[in-house]
Ligand binder design. Sequence first.
Ligand code: AMP
Ligand code: ZN
Length: 142
Amino acid sequence: MTSPDGRDGPCIFCEIVAGRAAAHRVYEDDRTIAFLDLFPITRGHVLVVPKRHVDRLTDLRDEEYGDLFRALAKVCRMTERLSMDYNVAVNQGALAGQIVFHLHFHIIPRYDTAGPFATTPRTRIRAEEAQTVLRSLGDVPS
Ligand code: AMP
Ligand code: ZN
């Protein structure tokens, strides 16, 4: 699908859902997918994404919230194998920092005491590092 704000080109997260773009998949069910952020803020930064393209949290249908939240909680449990401290965040709208206009939750593990507002440069994750992170996240909990 094209971006709802009128920019041309396919939505990168729809491309990942369709299997036409690569991603390091962490979790998948009928309605939700989760994969590693390509430019992680910290090790294990994951995006949890509804498969149906919506821009905003408020665009979901009533019956979709439960499935998405259950999937989010499962991926949070996986994240807890890395760290019990993490941020779950939605950037909603350009002024809030949204750059991909397909709804997604960030799960950002925290490891140090510098706090969530300490910034470090973000670099593209390497394939070997991604594999190590996927192993650390482990199996999907039931
Ligand atoms: P947001 O600022 O909330 O829209 O965040 C979008 C996130 O998507 C950023 O953290 C990007 O690093 C991440 N991202 C963009 N393209 C991809 C991709 N192809 N695979 C995984 N993550 C991506
Ligand atoms: Zn999309």
